[in-house]
Design a protein around this ligand. Structure first.
Ligand code: R1P
Ligand code: MN
Ligand code: MN
Length: 401
């Protein structure tokens, strides 16, 4: 018997997607441009010795055909390493995770494309009426940190929540945790989730914040995503159907709308997510899957276009990896991947279409190059094989081909 541990480094794309131009993202390369920014800065090159042992920069070289700055000389990877293209339409968190778990989204989610007055009048009118609101603010495409700095004071004074969207299939609701109330915000989000049924929108996201003024407003760890469920059973459902348990750490349960999740371990910040992952690994039994999403890479650094902050977070992640590797038992397989890119050197604040790494390590697994895989679903198929599950509907097992 066996166990599987799947870590998603949210937004850690490695460039080179074959269809990047279709998304306006030709040349986007999250990892490569972070490494470049480090090398050009006084802080010096990106230092990630453990991720290098697992093959991250090697996978980046394979994905893009170029060595990232500071990684011109690389040792051979001591893991199974390769890269994957995404097949799903879209470059958002749910589609990236679902495809990795064996369910590719062929019909794109709906979008609120208009940059100003983004939401239909009828939708906002129904939300105002059903939630008993005095109105809403925003109604546009925005960066979440910029819009609370701009409208936070007016929000507190008026009691109107801030409603905004982006290039992703999202309706986001920002409100002050104390002035508006956290439970009240969640309630408004649940009403919005129901009202969005005709629009096929991937997620409603509650974005609570605290603070006294524009310079001081900051979002809290009480973010909550209300996602559509995956359209077909995923790897997570297959694990449960086979008698295993799925330990969902961080945002994983939200992303899968709790489908196939046996228990949820919420945690905010990468240290707490690491600790929760270690706790789940301690408790997981044979046939179980532990899955963790490290969201700060995306939310705190990628969308904020903070390349050096992203680099520091990667180095911190790297420093904690040995603890996790030391907790692996015979029969365990650890897989690291990402769900899309979010290149901090790119214009705007949206995700970028990129290849992602597929790195796998476990006691008794010989290092091997996995090549360029044409779907994220190869990851899920590999974990299904490892856990002794019947084959999933999609993907080629990376352990056997
Ligand atoms: O700018 P913030 O609020 O972080 O929003 C970002 O977070 C959402 C979920 O990833 C995306 O749609 C993106 O726009
Ligand atoms: Mn994501
Ligand atoms: Mn994101």
């Amino acid at each position: 018997m066996a166990r599987a541990i799947w870590l998603v480094l949210d937004s850690l794309g490695i460039g080179g997607a074959t269809d990047a131009a279709d998304y306006g993202d030709a040349g986007a390369d999250t990892f490569g441009h972070i490494a470049d920014a480090c090398a050009q800065h006084a802080r010096g090159r990106l230092r990630i010795p453990n991720l290098t042992r697992l093959g991250l920069p090697q996978a980046h070289g394979l994905a893009t055909g170029r060595a990232a700055a500071g990684f011109e000389e690389m040792p051979a990877a001591q893991a199974l390493w390769g890269c994957m293209d995404e097949r799903a339409c879209g470059k958002d968190t749910p589609s990236g995770h679902w495809e990795s778990a064996g369910v590719t989204l062929h019909e794109p989610f709906g979008l609120f494309a208009a940059v100003e007055n983004s939401f239909p009048d009828a939708l906002l009118a129904a939300l105002v009426e059903q939630a008993g609101l005095p109105g809403v603010l925003g109604n546009c495409h925005a960066s979440g940190t910029e819009i609370i700095a701009r409208l936070g004071i007016e929000h507190i004074a008026s009691g109107k929540p801030i409603v905004y969207t982006s290039a992703d299939s999202v309706l986001q609701l920002a409100a002050h945790e104390e002035a508006f109330g956290l439970e009240r915000l969640y309630e408004v989000c649940r009403i919005a989730r129901v009202l969005l049924a005709p629009y096929n929108i991937g997620r409603v996201i509650a974005r609570p914040f605290v603070g006294e003024g524009s310079d001081d407003f900051r979002r809290t760890g009480n973010r909550h995503d209300y996602a559509l469920p995956p359209p077909r059973p995923t790897l997570l459902d297959a694990v449960c159907a086979h008698g295993g348990r799925v330990h969902a750490v961080g945002k994983i349960s939200d992303i899968f709308a709790a489908q196939g999740v046996s228990r949820t371990l919420l945690a905010s910040g990468h240290d707490a997510l690491f600790d929760a992952t270690l706790a789940a690994m301690e408790q997981a039994g044979e046939g179980d899957l532990v899955a963790t999403n490290f969201v700060d890479f995306d939310s705190v650094y990628g969308h904020r276009r903070d390349a050096l902050g992203y680099a520091a977070a990667l180095e911190h992640f790297d420093a904690r990896l040995p603890q996790l590797l030391a907790a692996l038992r015979p029969g365990d397989l650890l897989v690291l991947s990402a769900d899309h890119g979010c290149d901090p050197s790119w214009a705007g604040s949206d995700h970028t279409r990129e290849r992602v790494p597929l790195l796998a390590f476990g006691p008794g697994f010989a290092p091997r190059a996995l090549g360029r895989r044409d779907s994220f679903a190869d990851l899920g198929q590999g974990l299904a094989t490892h856990l002794g599950l019947p084959p999933l509907a999609e993907g080629h097992c990376f352990l056997t081909s």
